[in-house]
Design a protein. Sequence first.
Length: 208
Amino acid sequence: MSATPITLKSLGLQAYAHIYHAMQSFNESRNTHDADEIWVLQHEPVFTLGLNGKRQHILQTSAIPILETDRGGQVTYHGPGQLVVYVLIDLQRRQLGVRQLVTLLENSVIELLEQYGLTAMAKKTAPGVYLEEAKIASVGLRIKRHCSYHGLSLNVDLDLSPFQTINPCGYEHLSMTRLCDWRPSISIAQVEHDLIPILYRRLDAPCR
């Protein structure tokens, strides 16, 4: 991998559609000289459906909007209290394959949870990070022009009840969990502070 810098942007609470279109625009307009970027944020409540997502996994509709997106995977939920990290990375520059990037994101979360005294795991057949079979983090990417966008979402202290109205990530009866149920004193600001250095180290990249 290349030790070229990655620009970090902490964006706060954002509407999903705005950020989604901004990621697409960034990917379409970037060139080989543009720096990679990592966007860290939370989303206003929204369900998102992946590129090949099936609406049959939406079990019940509500006032929460459902938006179609071009990432991989099925349906998931985003909301305040979930830390979202979007990786806008030139994979060729960093000599990364898609599976390598997915694994890097998963292992970054696993390492973070180890710092909090929690033993998490990834599954080859179901991308994401799990604590005792309950999913705490999801990964979904889009690769276009050899570059990635979208990324990972980590449940910190969000309301999990909207997950009960879908088959999360297309899996029936998949239990979801959040970090505050395991470490009640944790804050989303602390999680962001702890996770980002892990990601940068694993990407072999200085921050700017």
